[in-house]
Design a protein around this ligand. Structure first.
Ligand SMILES: N[C@@H](CCC(=O)N[C@@H](CS)C(=O)NCC(=O)O)C(=O)O
Length: 212
């Protein structure tokens, strides 16, 4: 990868949409800053953010909003975005499937009534999540079983693995941590991606801190 200017990713101290970007940044093999801000610091930052939201990626003097754009950009730096247009679209499709997951799960996080929240999650565990996981397992099988696009690691694999790990960590009450276990290709993908030396090093360095 060609050396680039300084890279700073700013987000809260949990996974969210920033985690795939962090993993991709780790894969560049170049120095980058993993800046994590507290909720109490955020109001002061908000007016200065392009969309009033995090994550932002600062590239030299430029500020890039939107985690999807950040992931594709860093993916290109790290050699994680296929050159072939169709393979790139397949990597994007895997990334977008994580967006589908977010659209379904986010309202359950916003629901503050615990009983209703659990009911919403039970419905997702029964209907949406098995379909979502099954479709991903099939997409991976159709791509040869190892990676989602181009026969090599891409931002698609990284985005999916970040979301699967988050689910498996028990980040959301009511979503069983075993939910991915019956999907052998996805389970193997998690192992494969997390065994990438740069990603393993990133996780190791983060292991002492909150990273949910
Ligand atoms: N489409 C944006 C969404 C970013 C977003 O929703 N950020 C949330 C945290 S996950 C945020 O900054 N919320 C605070 C606010 O909107 O005031 C992206 O993917 O980067």
């Amino acid at each position: 990868m060609a050396p680039t200017t300084s890279l700073t990713l700013t987000y809260f101290d949990f996974a969210g949409p920033a985690e795939p970007v962090r993993m991709a940044l780790a894969m560049t093999g170049q120095p980058w800053e993993d800046k994590r801000v507290s909720f109490s610091e955020f109001p002061a930052l908000k007016p200065g953010l392009p969309n009033g939201q995090l994550p932002i990626l600062e590239v030299g003097g430029k500020v890039l909003p939107q985690s999807g754009a950040q992931l594709r950009y860093v993916g290109k730096l790290a050699g994680l975005y296929p050159e072939d247009a169709l393979e790139a679209a397949l990597a994007d499709a895997a990334v977008d499937s994580v967006g589908d997951n977010h659209m379904k799960l986010a309202p359950t996080v916003q629901q503050k009534d615990k009983v209703q929240q659990m009911e919403m999650r039970q419905n997702l565990v029964r209907d949406f999540l098995p379909t979502w996981l099954g479709n991903l397992e099939k997409a991976l099988a159709n791509a040869g079983g190892t990676y989602f696009a181009g026969g090599k690691l891409s931002i698609g694999d990284i985005a999916v693995v970040a979301r699967l790990v988050w689910l498996k960590e028990g980040s959301l009450d009511g979503i069983p941590t075993s939910i991915v276990d019956e999907y052998p290709l996805l389970s193997a993908l998690i192992e494969r991606v997390n065994a990438e030396p740069n990603i393993a090093k990133y996780h190791q360095e983060r292991s002492e801190t909150t990273n949910k």
